[in-house]
Design a protein around this ligand. Structure first.
Ligand code: PMP
Length: 448
């Protein structure tokens, strides 16, 4: 009997023993194409010798030095590299061990910033209903994913949730995408005015929504208007790029696509690419200077922040993304994957929407394409698809997200950037097999 406490207590999971390129291999020798990079983590695939070498080198030199006493060479170098490529105004990097720690730190930094500026009444956070920002209590309070929050309320911090920018479900008939984006963004201003602008500290959002809805990008213009609204009311903009950052969408930082800079930016998953647990919170020079010129101390920290081995891995990963020119590759392969998914599944009676950016793609499943009615949650379609895809040798990330009380089924694909063109059909073929097994034979027909 295993003594591991698994998330799903009754799941009978295979034991992974090896990783090679885009594949994970279990103890029985079965190979799985890592079509979602776990949860959008493994952007370089598995067993990349350059990354494991960098980790071994660092271990040989220095495994750990507490940040209360020392900084370290890899942490300094990784921070420099990130800032050299970061959106305008972003100037400092605070390392964490993962995504929840990064968003938690972002919320605390926003709060401390206003306390230090003599505006302690600014303590309200605004987030979106369709969002996930992590599982620690502060990050969970920020997220709008009802089923993840349900058992833990009342949550710790004051958060209000506005509508997401979710074109497939929220854009009205006859409304242009631009008009819809402005209408969706206006909800933020309305909420700020309702609460009183001098009580709001920050707005947090994912540029491309990942785990709650399967790769939903905002429409053009939405985030520019959000930026304007935040500026108008002195509210900080926190972007959570834990899932969509680090090249995943075809830009090193997803917000480049939207043409805006946040005040605080959170990254994780692709930063360590699964080789080490690492995340980071990046912030503007203005926020840093406020703390530096005030108490001089960010009232936050964990034992393993800026871990030398984790930052050495991050340095090697970001170096590889840039030096191997993987971002243009993500753009090219992403367009091909999108075309292949449309070609294969766009006419399927249970496929409502296929969307995303770069190698971050989502499929939304519906009961009825005309009415866009979600599938009955009791059917557990996303979970069944995950299982059927796994059986067919494909790892894809299933999501039964909740938005405004409706549960929708989605599949998220986030394959390694190092995949090649021929592997696109491996994803679509295996997914088609899974779709046929769960939803009926219509799915499996390749286009004539
Ligand atoms: N934010 C987003 C957008 C995420 O997708 C996730 C993880 N799925 C997190 C935060 C939390 O990251 P972690 O699981 O590394 O704590």
């Amino acid at each position: 009997m295993s003594h591991v406490f698994p998330r799903h207590c009754h799941a009978d999971l295979p034991t992974a023993v090896a990783g090679a390129g885009c594949y994970l291999i279990d103890r029985d020798g079965r190979r799985y194409f890592d079509g979602s990079g776990g949860a959008a983590v493994s952007c370089l695939g598995h067993g990349d010798p350059a990354i494991t070498e960098a980790i071994k080198d660092q271990l040989d030199k220095l495994a750990f030095a507490h940040t209360g006493f020392f900084t370290s060479e890899p942490a300094e170098a990784l921070a420099d590299l990130l800032i050299a490529h970061a959106p305008l105004g972003i100037d400092r990097v605070y390392f964490t061990s993962g995504g929840s720690e990064a968003t938690e730190a972002a919320i605390k930094l926003a709060r401390q910033y206003f306390v230090e500026r003599g505006q302690p009444q600014r303590r309200h956070l605004i987030a979106r209903r369709q969002s996930y920002h992590g599982n620690t209590l502060g990050a969970l309070a920020a997220g709008g994913n009802e089923w993840r929050r349900a058992q833990f309320g009342p949550l710790l911090i004051e958060v209000s949730h506005i509508a997401p920018c979710y074109e497939y479900r929220e854009r009205r008939e006859g409304e242009s995408p631009e008009a819809y984006g402005l209408r969706a963004a206006q909800e933020l201003e309305d909420e700020i005015l309702r609460l009183g602008p001098d009580t709001v500290m920050a707005f947090i959002a994912e540029p491309v929504v990942g785990a709650t809805a399967g790769a939903v990008p905002a429409v053009a213009g939405y985030f520019r208007r959000i930026r304007e609204i935040c500026d108008r009311h002195g509210v900080l903009l926190i972007l959570d790029e834990v899932m969509c950052g680090m090249g995943r969408t075809g830009h090193l930082f997803a917000c480049e696509h939207d043409g805006i800079s946040p005040d605080i930016l959170c990254i994780a998953k692709g930063l360590g690419a699964g080789y080490q647990p690492i995340g980071a919170m990046l912030c503007s020079g203005q926020i840093y200077d406020t703390i530096a010129g005030g108490s001089g101390f960010f009232q936050h920290g964990h034992t393993y922040i800026g871990h030398p081995v984790a930052t050495a891995a991050g340095l090697a990963v970001v170096g590889a993304i840039l030096e191997r020119e993987l971002i243009p590759r993500v753009q090219r392969l992403g367009a091909q994957l999108d075309a292949a998914l449309h070609g294969r599944f766009a006419q399927h009676p249970h496929v409502g929407d296929i969307r995303g950016r770069g190698l971050f793609r989502g499929i939304e499943l519906v009961a009825d394409r005309e009415t866009r009615a979600p599938l009955d949650p009791a059917l557990k379609t996303a979970a069944k698809l995950k299982a059927a895809a796994f059986e067919a040798g494909l790892i894809c990330y299933p999501m039964a997200g909740t938005i405004d009380g409706r549960r929708g089924d989605h599949i998220l694909l986030a394959p390694p950037f190092v995949m090649d063109d021929s592997q696109i059909s491996e994803i679509t073929d295996r997914l088609a097999t899974a779709m046929e097994a769960v939803l009926g034979p219509q799915a499996a027909r390749a286009p004539a």
